[in-house]
Design a protein around this ligand. Sequence first.
Ligand SMILES: Cc1ncc(COP(=O)(O)O)c(C=O)c1O
Length: 388
Amino acid sequence: MSTTTKTLADDVLFQNYGKRNISIVRGDGAFLYDDEGKEYLDFTAGIAVCNLGHAHPGVAAVISEQARTLIHTSNLFLVQGQVDLARKLTQLVSKSVPYRTMFVNSGTEANEGALKLARRYQYLQGHGDKTKILSLPHGFHGRTFGSLSVTPKAAYHEGFTPLVPGFETPAALDDVIDHVDDTVAACIVEVIQGEAGVRPLAADFVRALAAKLKEKGALLIVDEVQTGVGRTGTFFGFEAYGIEPDIVTLAKGLGNGVPTGAILAKSSVAEAFTPGAHGTTFGGNPLAMAVANYVVDCVSQPDFLKHVQTVGQALQSVLTAHFDHVDGRGLMWGFDVPDANVWAAKAADAGLLVTKCSNQRIRILPPLIIDEHHVERFADILTSVGTV
Ligand SMILES: Cc1ncc(COP(=O)(O)O)c(C=O)c1O
């Protein structure tokens, strides 16, 4: 990156992200190229977004065709792509229970809508006293006020308090089930906590929590923003847990980089958003829907999901041979290193891009189209970078 660009970036952009020393100008499959032509194996996929990889010819064709036809109309009009995609997603979420879908633009917006929907559902059921929203320690759900209020990381709260009243995160995971009482509207969970360093929740815990919420008439919201759209080797991460969420949120991988998200809810819950109760200008626009329909058609194929599981196992073997505390599923993995900043910088020098979750934790989220050759290349780079 030229010094002028760096200096200008310091002057004209908000400085809310860490220093960025790499400027990516092009992508191809699982590879990215910077402005000096250096090639990187991209194990970030735009933070679990570009599941079909970069510059995917099918995605590019759909975008250009749709851009030449119609990009945006607003929700004043029916959008055929919303109907098509909602049919697919509601079938994928449950074969037996009817769900409905509302389209939004990002993960935080999907969660914001889900939290509002839960309160409104309870209110319309005549349970105006059920307003409390529970969330889990170490969870991450976004940066708008509602989703930030269910994201307990103290550093993200500094200077933004007071947050939304009536939101509560018990201090320990073991305390969460005891907090589910008659005042709880809903509890939001990630079945694999991504930003926390890729920490899968125990299936027993998730099932017990789901049962207690049901007993108390509270809703289970599963945030699939990071785990959804094939990332864990099933279309939704919750499929491995044998639960039936009341609300599911999606974003990231849904548009392969074109911003889009979705709130899926059991029809009985979705009905609480009566006309005018909630809305968005851009959500579900024809461009986003064209791409998302294409992505879902590709990713929901059983062979595609099987591929994610197989390559994921190969990646797991490589990781466990090198690192401690390897956790994850499909193509979402976290592992410990002594200094994550140092390790990520060394990896980038060696041509591998990863994300850092904490000072000692690295997370990898490769595009779901990687194959054994990419895993071999990853293993070779690991050998040159070392484990420290
Ligand atoms: C589980 C989860 N929920 C919500 C979000 C927020 O999504 P967005 O950045 O699109 O607002 C993220 C982003 O990392 C996430 O991982």
